[in-house]
Design a protein around this ligand. Structure first.
Ligand code: SF4
Length: 332
């Protein structure tokens, strides 16, 4: 039986509005831009994704499955990018601040809002222009791109009248590893340089160590280097989560491991055998290391809960178990 399309507005695919190397960009006339998160754990969440698909093509990204819902291949996630060209206009027309007060608008939960497409199409910037004209909202942006510093002028305006935070996603400072693992994301140095610039301007920032990859980025030295660098570049908080693997992400990560880290391929298959997450004990131990590093480097032990995309660790601790994260939490 043919699978129902969850995003019928994106199909059939139109002519690309741009092609660059192997990447095609298509317009997506979205009907709504703010999507309520249905999770009972995150009742106040509203997500906003300016694009569908992500050219950064991280080899562990679990958001790839969102392309499968459109009857596209998981590889298309990084090659066929849908640009929500009408999103700024719709946001301007439909933004209801009274209804959104007390909610958290999370920009970039199933895509990176500052991926390469943003340099040309500027959908994220146009959305921020709308938010810069309102008051009293809670807004965060999560990204692996250094491009976010381009919009510092708008961050300042938004932060004057709203609760606002930039979440920089950074899993390691090892540029060689990241070059093959997150092939088109910005280098760690350039991400951190943008973080410093924005933090120095008084914008609240955090670093997301998401995901922590078993036997690749879970070592004390690796975690400590990120926690320390985040502090040195102005981040006021750190959030971490151990790798979560849906089936579509398993296929691509296992294939990547065979090519780049063959010694780990079988180990990962055993770790994630018939499940999407690692043993609870491993997660507790690893996230405990991050917590102790946060204490060592002077991060607050009382995070601003309504400004963060709730981390896997905290949800697990609260419930005494570790569960599959929601899409709201973001793949980064
Ligand atoms: S993990 Fe984030 S940056 Fe990487 S491909 Fe997925 S959405 Fe893009």
């Amino acid at each position: 039986m043919e699978q129902a399309l969850l995003f019928p507005e994106a199909f059939p695919v139109q002519q690309p509005i741009r092609e660059k190397n192997s990447v095609q960009y298509f317009p997506l006339l979205a009907k709504t831009v703010l999507n309520s998160c249905n999770s009972c754990r995150l009742p106040n969440a509203v997500t906003l994704n300016p694009y569908r698909g992500c050219e950064f093509g991280c080899n562990y990204c679990y958001a790839r499955y969102t392309h499968e819902f459109m009857n596209l291949d998981w590889e298309d996630f990084e090659n066929r990018i849908f640009v929500k060209t009408s999103a700024p206009r719709i946001l301007m027309r439909t933004l209801d601040c009274d209804k959104l007060r007390g909610k958290h608008i999370a920009i970039g939960t199933a895509t990176d809002p500052y991926q390469p497409a943003e340099a040309r199409f500027m959908i994220t910037r146009q959305l921020l222009e709308v938010f810069s004209q309102v008051k009293g909202l809670t807004i965060s942006i999560t990204t692996k791109s250094a491009l976010f510093r381009r919009d510092l002028d708008l961050f300042v305006k938004i932060a004057e009248n709203n609760r606002f935070r930039i979440n920089l996603s950074l899993i390691s400072l090892n540029a060689r590893l990241l070059r093959v693992l997150e092939p088109k994301a910005s280098s760690p140095e350039s991400r951190l340089a943008s973080l410093k610039m924005v933090s120095d301007a008084g914008i609240p920032t955090a670093v997301f160590i998401m995901p922590i990859l078993p036997a690749l980025t879970d070592g004390l030295k690796t975690l400590e280097s990120v926690v320390r660098a985040a502090r040195e570049h102005g981040a006021s908080d750190i959030h971490a989560r151990v790798l979560f693997l849906r089936d579509s992400a398993k296929r691509i990560l296992y294939s990547w491991l065979e090519r780049h880290e063959p010694r780990l391929a079988q180990r990962y298959k055993a770790l994630y055998n018939k499940r999407a997450y690692t043993e609870t004990q491993y997660q507790k131990r690893t996230l405990g290391v991050v917590e102790s590093l946060k204490a060592k480097y002077g991060y607050s032990s009382r995070p601003e809960k309504d400004l963060l995309v709730e981390s896997f660790s905290r949800i697990g601790e609260a419930q005494g178990t570790f569960e599959e994260p929601d899409l709201f939490e973001g793949p980064c």
